[in-house]
Ligand binder design. Structure first.
Ligand code: R7I
Ligand code: MG
Ligand code: MG
Ligand code: MG
Length: 351
């Protein structure tokens, strides 16, 4: 793969994540989201840009901290990352953070803790959070590390600073691996993309903590392997073809729990490789992916940012419309950091 094409995927992943968050956030609280309302909003950007910047939310604020920490304190310094999360939150607390995670930042700010991981372990009566906050910000990890064991290790550590439940950090691992495989582009078929993820997650969900966290949350009705089960459901949906959006929401979810949103983002990316019936034919796959996620409703900023990261890594930055990019707060940083992460990633490839 030529290096120009590679850089384009790294920038694509960060820009895809950014536009997913910025555009998705507009629809987060809306009761009804129709194709017409999303398209009309996007058309309105044309007359508006430079006047109205679309602000990013906590998803991007935290993803930015991860990227900056990876670039300045390699390979991954958990104390530096915890400090960045905390400083960012207190400098700008109104970015729409989860209700629980702010207590982690308060404890980290107080300085009264045993280790930087302790506050996260105390969340939700000691069970830890299963929110999608670890996954929504993880995109920098697969852009910094070229091999699967490192990605798993660092996605987990970066997640555990706020999400001690394996249901939370396993969602971050899954999303990080999806971005990793997406970087390979068309060299990997949709089928092998899913098979790789399933085989990685079977091992991850087979460990003792993952099994006991899953059991305590799901009892037995949904099985002990929430992510693997949903990856199988994704395959079933793709084989079926045009599954209605309401069925996607019913089976895969659109909520703030990681297991109700990470698989949904992966499905949306894969589904939108092909045209979608009620979306304009001239739209590219990345545009379809972001819009498809928003039309599912629920946690629109987060599902769109996660799917946008995967789609951007796969299709490259050329699929991020100029207008979307330039309407999004902080897009220049995404472009610069994409290049810097690519350099870091390349320096870690075996020579
Ligand atoms: O996961 P987190 O950072 O939130 C991310 C979401 C994204 O949608 C962002 O865009 C932002 O809007 O928030 O923050 P947490 O507070 O750790 O988790 C989010 C929510 O998940 C919590 O507020 C709870 O509603 C729910 N949750 C739980 N509920 C019950 N028991 C997470 N873990 C638990 C749990 O163990
Ligand atoms: Mg958000
Ligand atoms: Mg929110
Ligand atoms: Mg959200």
């Amino acid at each position: 793969m030529a290096s120009v094409e590679e850089v384009c995927r790294f920038r694509g992943a960060l820009l895809g994540a950014l536009v997913g968050d910025c555009i998705g956030a507009v629809f987060e609280t809306r009761m009804t989201i129709t194709v017409g309302s999303v398209l009309s909003f996007l058309r309105g950007l044309e007359n508006n840009w430079k006047k109205q910047v679309l602000m990013y939310t906590d998803d991007t604020a935290m993803a930015r901290s991860v990227v900056q920490s990876l670039l300045t304190k390699p390979p991954l310094d958990e104390k530096d990352l915890a400090e960045r999360f905390t400083a960012e939150y207190f400098s700008d607390p109104d970015r729409g953070y989860g209700m629980g995670v702010v207590h982690v930042f308060e404890k980290l700010q107080s300085g009264k803790y045993q280790s930087v991981f302790t506050p996260a372990k105390e969340q939700f009566n000691g069970k830890g959070s299963y929110g999608n906050g670890a996954a929504m910000r993880v995109v920098g990890i697969p852009l910094a590390f070229p091999n699967v064991p490192d990605i798993i290790k660092y996605a987990k550590i970066s997640g555990e600073l706020t999400h001690a439940s394996s249901l939370g950090y396993n969602g971050a691992i899954l999303l990080a691996l999806a971005v990793h495989y997406a970087l390979q582009g068309v060299n990997l078929s949709r089928e092998s993309f899913l098979e790789h993820l399933l085989s990685n997650m079977q091992e991850i969900e087979g460990d003792e903590k993952s099994r006991s966290d899953a059991e305590s949350h799901f009892r037995l009705e949904l099985g002990e392997f929430p992510y693997c089960n949903r990856l199988k459901k994704i395959k079933e949906f793709l084989d079926k073809g045009n599954v209605p959006r309401c069925e996607v929401v019913e089976e895969l979810g659109h909520g703030v729990a990681a297991f109700e949103s990470v698989p949904t983002a992966i499905y949306s990316f894969l589904r939108c490789m092909d045209p979608v019936d009620d979306l304009p034919k001239e739209m590219n796959s990345l545009q379809r992916t972001v819009i498809f996620c928003i039309l599912l409703g629920g946690d629109t900023d987060t599902i769109a940012t996660m799917a946008g990261a995967i789609a951007g890594a796969y299709h490259g930055e050329d699929q991020v419309p100029e207008l979307w990019r330039k309407s999004s707060e902080g897009y220049k940083d995404a472009e610069d950091w994409g290049k810097q992460l690519w350099e870091l990633y390349s320096s870690r490839l075996p020579s």
